[in-house]
Design a protein around this ligand. Sequence first.
Ligand code: NAI
Length: 286
Amino acid sequence: RGKRAFIAGVADDNGYGWAIAKALAAAGAEILVGTWVPALNIFETSLRRGKFDESRRLPNGSLMEIAKVYPLDAVYDTLEDVPEDVKANKRYAGASNWTVKEVAESVKNDYESIDILVHSLANGPEVTKPLLETSRRGYLSAISASSYSFVSLLQHFLPIMNQGGATLSLTYIASERTIPGYGGGMSSAKAALESDTRVLAFEAGRKGKIRVNTISAGPLGSRAAKAIGFIEKMIDYSYANAPLQKELRAEEVGNTAAFLVSPLASAVTGSVVYVDNGLNTMGLAL
Ligand code: NAI
């Protein structure tokens, strides 16, 4: 039987989540996605109307099928955690069962089990503010949406993951080197995510022989990255300074993801794997 993957953080055809979904689909996996509740309507409508058909095309000519789209808000673990104003918000009220625990239950009811869990989401409301000007609330929101969201997903999905399964998240070099402009506690959130990758690799490895890795990706002009504001500058910087002077395609991150969650990477866990044209290795730009 083919593998089944749940990919959290797909809401259009531009980001890393979409590229990972495609690479896994091309390798024969069944694709389930988790889409942020406020983005759900437009994503499902666009899918239905064929807006993504061109970007659904796989190397063998067929179109990627998404078996099911689950509404998800990964900052809430259970229904009891959801504040009244969010429950009442019409974008949220139109969907149901979107807390992490409920999504895992829905996937279990629909499909029994999964083999692959991908976390491709982040959010930091104060990302454009320097850390020195970031509020406690902004910092904790960044950590909640971008780091704890992975802990929570793994916590709730681990019981339905088949032995030998694998999980993956996406991180950014701002966790270990200063990237002015990547603010609001997002650099802290990525540092937490990378540290958690190691600890969770141990815990999930011992508990269910599940692997946990993270890809440190180079800059991509996704929707989330455009919200930060200086993505074009980062792309130009990378082009000028990386060992490989070429555009970084989302597909290249997708392909590495497919490798990391496959049996080809059966001894790789707890790792931060760079997919950035080698930019992370440079100490002096020439
Ligand atoms: P994206 O916009 O395609 O993906 C981010 C997704 O997170 C969106 O679909 C958004 O709806 C979703 N999201 C936000 N808050 C959520 C929540 N509370 N619950 C559920 N979903 C939520 O953008 P991108 O850039 O592909 O981001 C994917 C991952 O890649 C993120 O972890 C990001 O930090 C990471 N990354 C991105 C880089 C870039 O240059 N674009 C570089 C390195 C890492």
